[in-house]
Design a protein around this ligand. Structure first.
Ligand code: HEC
Length: 304
């Protein structure tokens, strides 16, 4: 009975250990879908693309991943961001790197709306430049195909929806682009605000977005909408259009009023007064000290 008990305990511990290990293995694996894994870059990985990639890397990745091959990534993070020139990372396919950059995971941010597809490939070109054994397989994808795409955006006041229609002007005629990923944004003072969820186009190349009724626009209620289309065949395309569907908002600009961050002519009066009187008091004290010093000197001279 005693033995069975111990065996049972050992078995339980073993099972728990196994589960933990399996969990860690799953954590390490990015589980990139097969079609994404096989994806290749249409941008040639040469000195020029690596150079633009390096600038983008320094701006977006360096703070966490450190310099390639230097092992100076941000150790305080958990998991520690790997050195991207390491064998483990270099074993990933270009498609996997692209997927990781696009989707992110927990601390590793998604760069989907930060870097364009072109820019993401250029960053990967830079990451590959550290690997002497790497040989690129170029994609047959033609980035010029994106020029064939025609996007139309309409607002339906009845349903309060934005209709996006995506077509391609092929030689054979106009075709609807189906199952393309569509993201809608409204431009704001700082960056972009995503409207509704990311959608996929229907067989007719149409996607619909619910528009929030309370979105502030400019003085006249204009809102600038940007639609971003992402399709495996046609690439990434952006289209921008202004609509008069926002709530008219008249907010004085940050620099229009007297404020601490403004230029001198528009600095707050109390700051000007405080600052000037400060200087005045300081000058008077200095003058007082100097005249007293002169008096002392005179007294000394008469005593001699
Ligand atoms: C905020 C910190 C941070 C920034 C910024 C960041 N990363 Fe990461 N990255 C991480 C962390 C943490 C991991 C590990 C994530 C994990 O395993 O779950 C990671 C993982 C990765 C991986 C997977 C490596 C492997 O071997 O598994 C790649 C590739 C990657 N990052 C590329 C980049 C690139 C390229 C940039 C810049 C465009 C970037 N990262 C910006 C934190 C960051």
């Amino acid at each position: 009975m005693f033995r069975i008990n111990i065996n049972l305990k050992v078995a339980i511990v073993l099972v728990i250990n196994f589960l933990l290990c399996a969990n860690i293995i799953a954590e390490n694996n990015w589980n990139v879908p097969a079609d994404k894994k096989a994806r290749n870059s249409y941008i040639k990985f040469d000195a020029a693309s690596a150079q633009t990639g390096e600038a983008l890397y320094n701006k977006n990745c360096l703070s966490c991943h450190g310099n390639l091959g230097k092992g100076n990534s941000l150790k305080s993070l958990n998991p520690v961001p790997p050195d991207l020139s390491s064998a483990k990372t270099q074993e990933l396919t270009d498609g996997e790197l692209f997927y990781i950059l696009t989707t992110g995971r927990m601390i590793m941010p998604s760069f989907k709306n930060v870097l364009s597809e072109d820019e993401r490939w250029r960053v990967i070109s830079f990451i590959r430049s550290s690997n002497k054994n790497y040989v690129q397989v170029l994609s047959k994808f033609d980035p010029n195909k994106s020029k064939l795409v025609k996007i139309d955006m309409k607002y339906d006041a009845k349903t309060n929806k934005i209709h996006v229609d995506v077509k391609a002007n092929e030689k054979t005629g106009i075709v609807s682009i189906k199952d393309a990923e569509i993201v809608l944004f409204a431009t704001r003072y700082f960056g972009r605000l995503q409207i509704d969820k990311t959608q996929r186009t229907s067989v007719d190349g149409v996607a619909e977005f619910a528009f929030p009724k309370d979105l502030p626009g400019d003085k006249q209620g204009n809102v600038e909408l940007v639609v971003k289309v992402n399709d495996d065949n046609y690439g990434e395309i952006e289209y921008q259009k202004k609509f008069n569907i926002g709530v008219p908002t008249d907010k004085p600009g940050l620099t229009q009023k007297r404020a601490i961050w403004n230029v001198l002519v528009k600095a707050p009066v109390w700051i000007i007064v405080l600052y000037s009187s400060g200087i005045l008091v300081f000058g008077l004290v200095l003058l007082y000290l100097l005249t007293n010093l002169r008096k002392l000197k005179k007294i000394g001279e008469t005593k001699n």
